[in-house]
Design a protein around this ligand. Structure first.
Ligand code: ZN
Ligand code: ZN
Length: 384
């Protein structure tokens, strides 16, 4: 069983305010938007949320103190794995406040019968998109498996024309009083009613479509707007598009996580796109205008006379989109000057004449002090 007190770092007799303060601190310190979305970080954050879910709810905390983990499978609602962080589209402060309010909202203690209805669980769907879709935005149809509110009973759990009947054992109160004799005298304790599991009523005629659950497994399809500038790993939250809750409970949220497919020509670098353009040695020496196919259609790359290998030509505004902005980054084209390897006799003769003309037939040896391919390595080695 998880030690929820240790996870939040509070004593077993911590007050509700202590628990709240410890949770606020721990979830800020371990929020995946801050420490990174690694599986470990998300797991830690999940544990913190589970600990808070249990310790902030007097009912669950009492159960837990008696040795029952209310979040264990079959023991109640499991902690939701994606709750809390709503992706990278809003400021962190807003997300945190929203998350905290949501988490604290469910924490009020209650007496009387429990409700069958509960919020469904959030879910995550991964969607792969083309680079072009992330640059220009797109509409995508996304189909996924989820829980849907039962159409046979509309979430009431009861067969058509029937209704839950009041539990005769507890008269609908959901709890039974018990007197326990101990050394200190007789004490009165309240236990959930066993006959109705604390609900106060019994579904005598369960809906046949959902076996009395109020929801069924199914598929649904939604239209998703792919935001301009979205990148791999970005998440979009669609509220109310996750699992429908049991017994007519509210639907949870759906998170869409995007993966941008590799493009054969362009690599994304933040807001920019990078490409490598091979050009012949002669074009580099003489200059040229080369038409390339960009995501926006054909565009001209101007190669200045004397262009060097590795030189970058920037095409402004033809890069990747920026989230929540109208502007785009640049397309940076790196020139890859190719030296011919298949010269025929007459071409070899031409080059030889050129070398003679330029007194380059016997190149002099002196090392370049800066700018060579090894210069960065050299700086590293000499500590410059
Ligand atoms: Zn039903
Ligand atoms: Zn009962």
């Amino acid at each position: 069983m998880n030690d929820y007190y240790a996870i939040l770092g509070v004593a077993r007799n911590a007050s509700a305010d202590d628990v709240k303060a410890a949770y606020r601190k721990a979830s800020r310190a371990h929020h995946p938007d801050i420490v990174g979305h690694t599986p470990q970080a998300e797991d830690k954050f999940k544990q913190i949320n589970a600990a808070f879910e249990v310790l902030s709810d007097p009912r669950k905390r009492e159960l837990y103190d008696r040795g029952v983990d209310p979040l264990a499978p079959g023991g109640g609602q499991s902690a939701n794995p994606f709750g809390g962080f709503s992706g990278s589209f809003a400021g962190f402060g807003d997300i945190f406040e929203a998350m905290f309010t949501a988490a604290a909202g469910g924490a009020a203690g209650q007496a009387g019968p429990a409700s069958r209805a509960a919020r469904g669980r959030d879910q995550l769907e991964r969607v792969t998109i083309e680079l072009k879709d992330s640059v220009f935005g797109a509409h995508r149809e996304v189909s996924y498996a989820t829980f849907l509110t039962c159409s046979g009973c509309h979430g009431s759990c009861c067969a058509p024309g029937t209704a839950p009947v009041v539990c005769s054992a507890c008269q609908g109160r959901g709890v039974r009083e018990r007197l326990v004799r101990s050394l200190l005298g007789t004490m009165r304790t309240m236990d959930p009613c066993r006959q109705c599991q604390g609900y106060g009523n019994i579904i005598a005629n369960p809906c046949p479509d959902c076996a009395g659950q109020g929801r069924v497994r199914g598929h649904t399809t939604i239209q998703v707007d792919v935001p301009v500038g979205v990148d791999t790993g970005n998440r979009l939250r669609l509220s109310g598009k996750g699992e429908a809750g049991p017994a007519g409970g509210p639907s949870a949220d759906l998170y869409i996580e995007f993966k941008v497919k590799r493009h054969p020509d362009f690599i994304r670098d933040g807001d920019d796109l990078l490409a490598t353009l091979p050009i012949p040695m002669t074009a580099a020496a003489l200059g040229a205008s080369i038409v390339i196919e960009t995501l926006d259609g054909p565009r001209e790359v101007g190669v200045r006379p004397g262009a060097q290998p590795g030189q970058v030509v920037t095409l402004e505004g033809l890069g990747a989109g920026r989230l929540n902005q109208k502007t785009r980054g640049d397309l940076r084209v790196q020139l890859d000057v190719r030296v011919p390897t298949d010269l025929d006799d007459s071409q070899r003769e031409l080059l030889r004449r050129l070398a003679l003309e330029r007194h380059e037939e016997r190149p002099e040896a002196h090392f370049a002090s800066t700018g060579g391919v090894f210069s960065r390595l050299k700086d590293k080695l000499t500590g410059k």
